[in-house]
Design a binder for this molecule. Structure first.
Ligand code: ATP
Ligand code: MG
Length: 171
């Protein structure tokens, strides 16, 4: 089956959950899924849930956790670069039909990786792999290179009223 490049971006809720929903659907169809998470580190509830599908979904984290705005540390950059190498390896292995790069847009925005790094991955994508790139602030060049782009547009979000991420709903 021909694979396409999808981007979920925008400032509204739903980017990560859309990617996870797609992973669930892919599992139901017998596909194998690789999820590489930039920036994030830790036991989000989805990581715990995905362990139940460990025969079909592989999740790896390439981040050292969220860092405050400013210049990323060499350690942060090194971890992201390791992730890029790993993604290239995984993509070339032919083992996975769906590859999700969580928060890759944000990693590029923060300077952990470059937009060109993501474009290179898109360029190297085998025909039968579906590639999903998530995160706010997708670069124009990535949008141009993708086949499907959805912008989650926030109309209203309780975060703005001070409701931080809740267990089982946002994390
Ligand atoms: P979900 O994982 O629920 O699908 P998402 O992937 O679209 O959401 P992210 O951009 O990854 O959302 O945001 C992660 C977290 O950032 C949110 O769970 C929320 O707690 C927090 N956040 C900070 N500012 C905002 C904002 N303006 N609107 C929404 N969430 C925000
Ligand atoms: Mg997210």
């Amino acid at each position: 089956m021909r694979g396409y490049v999808q981007v979920y971006t925008g400032n509204g809720k739903g980017k990560t959950t859309a990617a996870l929903g797609l992973a669930l659907r892919a599992v139901g169809a017998g596909l194998k899924v690789f999820i590489g998470q930039f920036i994030k580190l830790g036991e989000y509830s989805e990581i715990k849930a995905l362990r139940r599908f460990s025969d079909q979904i592989q999740v790896e984290q390439f981040g050292l956790g969220r860092f405050l705005k400013g210049r990323p540390s060499p350690e942060n950059i090194a971890a992201a670069r390791k992730g890029l190498a790993r993604i290239r390896e995984v993509m070339a292995s032919g083992q996975y039909q769906l590859i999700i790069l969580e928060e890759a847009n944000v990693a590029a925005k923060l300077g952990l990786i470059t937009v060109q790094d993501i474009l290179d991955i898109i360029e190297a994508k085998p025909d039968d792999v579906e590639l999903v790139i998530t995160g706010r602030h997708a670069s124009r060049r990535i949008i141009d290179a993708a086949d499907l782009v959805t912008e989650m547009k926030s109309i209203k979000h309780y975060f703005d009223k001070g409701v931080e991420a809740r267990l089982g709903i946002e994390k």
